[in-house]
Design a protein around this ligand. Structure first.
Ligand code: NDP
Length: 249
């Protein structure tokens, strides 16, 4: 067995920036054909398309908001039309939000739950007829869901629920050969850090780094690696697991 994804058909949500972009490119370079989605047009989409083109696969980047069930269904429909089957799904699209719990409006609770949790339910349910024996679903959770994070009760509630969804589906779908796992990132350095004032970014880096055994933040390729492992046959007997990628918090 080897870490090869040649010809595998993958649906990866939220692939134009950050962690999703890293997973999309790593999978495409390992030989997979990838269909991904985003909300906003712009340079992030154009540069992803340029990099994907170099890998030579059958890739598609589609605008679809994972906070809207109709658009989730359309996205999975695109995967069906273009590939006819799926060998892997990565539920990565997510939004972060910081609000004191006492002030958290119901609309914000719903927005965060819709994108971070309900989208995964719907993507997997719609994709089920396309997922055959040997296929793999990877849900991107958060290390903070187990630990708790002030001001992010809604976000961590959604991410913690991904674990229950994953464990139950691992048991329900296991008999048909579909594996389901969670990858829970600690703090991974994405473009979001570049967008902050330099002093704030440095402060955050230092604060997070001292909580980890490896004394640093993670990188996007370091997060993509375990996701590729779970998508590949190297992990053929791994299901219902949460893989923490957190530098040893
Ligand atoms: P980013 O904000 O950097 O990137 C998010 C990507 O998802 C973008 O491509 C964005 O596209 C897309 N996206 C967001 N919302 C939607 C939506 N409603 N519909 C379609 N696409 C969407 O996020 P990260 O890379 O930091 O995070 C990726 C995942 O990892 C999330 O689930 C997050 O919760 C999780 N995570 C990240 C951690 C980190 O340290 N970075 C830590 C723990 C968990 P567009 O720009 O067009 O909106």
């Amino acid at each position: 067995m080897e870490l090869a994804l040649h010809g595998r058909k993958l649906l990866i949500t939220g692939g134009t920036r950050g962690i999703g972009r890293g997973i999309v490119l790593a999978a495409a370079r390992a030989g997979a054909d990838v269909l991904t989605c985003h909300r906003q047009d712009g340079e992030a989409v154009d540069s992803l398309l340029r990099e994907l083109k170099e890998t030579g696969g059958d890739h598609h980047v589609i605008r679809a908001d994972m906070g809207d069930l109709g658009q989730v269904d359309r996205l999975v429909g695109e995967a069906k039309d273009r590939y006819g089957r799926l060998d892997g799904v990565v539920n990565n699209a997510g939004v972060i939000s910081h609000i004191p719990f006492a002030e958290l409006p119901a609309e914000e609770w719903s927005r965060v739950l819709d994108t971070n949790l309900t989208a995964a339910y719907r993507v997997i349910q719609q994709a089920l007829p396309l997922l055959g024996a040997g296929s793999s679903v990877v849900n991107i959770g958060s290390r903070g869901a187990a630990a708790g994070i002030p001001l992010r009760a809604h976000y961590t509630a959604a991410k913690a629920a991904m674990t229950g969804l994953t464990r139950s589906l691992a048991k329900e779908l296991g008999p048909r050969g579909v594996r389901v796992n969670v990858v829970a990132p600690g703090v991974i350095e994405t473009e979001a850090f570049d967008a902050m004032p330099a002093e704030r970014a440095e402060g955050l880096r230092a604060a997070y780094a001292q909580k980890t055994a490896l004394a640093r933040l993670g990188t996007v390729p370091e997060l993509a690696g375990p996701v590729l492992f779970l998508l590949s046959d190297l992990s053929a007997y791994v299901t219902g697991e949460t893989v923490n990628v957190d530098g040893g918090i």
